[in-house]
Design a binder for this molecule. Structure first.
Ligand code: ADA
Length: 552
């Protein structure tokens, strides 16, 4: 499964999920591994960090240009088609695709060299407080496309004088050498938008745009997440040669003073930080377990979610669209010091991640906020410059959503003036035994005097650790009782502070942590144990505390 809805009626697309041949570097043994999947799922590779080769034989029944898309490979991929290099990609969490021209009908081989090793080549995947798995961890698809095809569709809703509009931008790519003229027709509900006589030069792309009024649509909101199918068909003369279906929602996100509004209504975000990590399957979470996570979070009364600390699988974002969950999606970075940000690959790897995140996830109505660089070096001048560059990049691609970044550089951060919303991570009662309310007032005061004055404020992380099943009447730290107490005390303060517009608990579920580096010493079981459920989604005492407070 690629998405929760069919994206094509004309384009022929084949999903390449299933068993692929796999061999780890230096081993001629041929294993059969499931794709999507993490190689760590296999007992021989449960801690394997390095390179491996996946292979898949496919049959093309008619000569065609092909579009091969990977939704996620962890963490670096080199892709060959019949032995010819066709794509390279870094970062486990963003999709990439490649066009392979004029492929003859018959049998062909896709070979993918995958690498999840650490080192200077990888500025973002480093030994960290989450696990970098290995494998083709998200879905793969192969499409037979016409020489000219629909490359991307962006739909930007807006509300003007009480009337809904939609800006439609359609990009088509002519892979042939010859200039050609096409027609485009997009339909949304009973509305039809046409682009006649679109000329595209050979080997180039053209984007056409129009703004349409939609007088009688139903908006998308948390309480009523109304989605519309936007079907665009590309024709050459009277022949339909390609199509693309996107699913969109009419909603706006605005900051009014220190408040966040969706469709003109002030919202308070209450949710979880959720890593894509599940016992036995790692980061390759199948739909049934995604739905299980969503059902549990909604049972606890969330209306929001933070995709810590990377762009999520589009199937999960589709689920958030359908359930009306307000999503803070963020680029891939966690806790990078200035020296990490000075890695020669850092700027380009972030730029690629930001572009792929916004380009691929732009149409999801659930995403109301773009986040960057969680707890990176925003207390340094050089770090500030990198934050500025990345905010500028995100805003150059999308002005319809505010930006933020979660800081832990308390009292030293010099970048709070850059985001639209200031967010901070705070563990009062866990890392520091300080009174929650007073410490919060101190933080708010500092924020307002350090560039954040007049901005909405989100508490992006709050929580405590507990080992599942460890009960102790002393309510000592690491017991489930203490975790519940700390979360309860913190939520009561943050949900009743007029300056705060949202709170995200750290975290929804326990997640695996890299053994390499320092983490083993403070992460019992080599897990981050701050989940309200454990990695098998078994609830801790805190589950019912959160449920009571979020639903009150
Ligand atoms: C930080 C970080 C999280 C996690 C958390 C913790 O705030 O953003 O990824 O590491 O601390 O568990 O301490």
């Amino acid at each position: 499964m690629i998405r929760l809805f069919e994206q094509h009626q004309i384009r022929k697309i084949k999903e390449l999920d299933g068993m692929w041949e796999f061999s780890p570097e230096g081993d001629i043994t041929k294993y059969q591994l499931p794709v999507p999947g993490c190689w760590e799922q296999h007992p021989n590779f449960s801690t394997y960090r390095g390179k491996g080769t996946y292979r898949k034989t496919i049959v093309i029944t008619e000569s065609s240009t092909l579009r091969l898309e990977f939704k996620g490979i962890s963490h670096t991929a080199i892709v060959y088609f019949d032995g010819e290099l066709v794509a390279k990609h870094y970062n486990a969490y963003t999709p990439f695709s490649t066009i392979i021209k004029q492929v003859e009908k018959g049998t062909h081989e896709i070979k993918v060299l995958v690498d999840n090793s650490f080192g200077e080549h990888s500025a973002l995947h480093i030994p960290n407080d989450y696990y970098t798995y290995g494998g083709i961890t998200r879905p793969v698809s192969l499409a037979c496309i016409s020489d000219t095809y629909i490359k991307q569709i962006r739909f930007t809703p807006s509300l003007e004088d009480g009337l809904w509009y939609g800006q439609l931008d359609v990009t088509i790519h002519n892979t042939s050498k010859n200039v050609a003229t096409f027609n485009l027709v997009s339909t949304l509900d009973h509305y039809e938008m046409t682009f006649p006589d679109v000329e595209v030069l050979g080997d180039s792309e053209t984007t056409v745009s129009l703004k349409q009024k939609f007088p009688d649509i139903t908006p998308w909101s948390h309480k009523n997440p109304k989605l519309y199918s936007l079907h665009t068909i590309l024709s050459s003369g009277d022949i339909s040669i390609d199509d693309l279906i996107e699913r969109v929602g009419f909603r706006t996100v605005n900051i009014i003073g220190t408040k966040l509004q969706v469709n003109g209504e002030t919202v308070f975000l209450k949710g979880f930080n959720r890593h894509e990590d599940y016992a036995t399957v790692g980061c390759a979470i199948p739909l049934t377990l995604m739905v299980h996570d969503m059902d549990l979070m909604q049972d606890m009364g969330v209306n929001a979610l933070r995709t810590c600390h990377y762009p999520n699988d589009e199937i999960f974002l589709d689920l958030c669209d359908e359930r009306g969950i307000l999503v803070w999606e963020e680029n891939h970075a966690r806790g990078l010091l200035l020296e990490d940000m000075q890695n020669p690959n850092f700027d380009r790897q972030c730029e690629d991640c930001n572009r792929e995140m916004v380009e691929n996830h732009y149409n999801h109505p659930c995403i109301i906020l773009w986040g960057i660089l969680n707890e990176c070096a925003s207390e340094t001048q050089e770090g500030r410059m990198k934050y500025q560059i990345q905010y500028d990049q995100i805003r150059s691609m999308d002005t319809s959503r505010p930006t933020t970044s979660a800081t832990c550089r308390h009292f030293t951060d010099i970048s709070l003036d850059l985001p639209d919303i200031v967010s901070f991570n705070m563990y009062s009662g866990w890392y520091k035994d300080v009174p929650v309310k007073e410490r919060n007032e101190e933080e708010i005061e500092w924020i307002r005097n350090s560039g954040g004055d007049g901005k909405p404020i989100i508490v992006s992380e709050v929580g405590a650790a507990a080992i599942y099943g460890y009960r102790d009447r002393t309510r000592c730290k690491w017991s489930e009782e203490r975790q519940a107490d700390i979360i309860e005390e913190n939520l009561k303060v943050y949900m009743n502070d007029e300056h705060i517009i949202g709170v995200f608990i750290w975290q929804f579920a326990d997640c695996r942590v890299t053994e390499e580096g320092p983490w083993f010493a403070t992460r019992a079981r080599c897990h981050n144990n701050k989940g309200v459920v454990d990695e098998y989604r078994r609830p801790k005492i805190a589950y019912d505390i959160v449920k009571k407070i979020f639903n009150s």
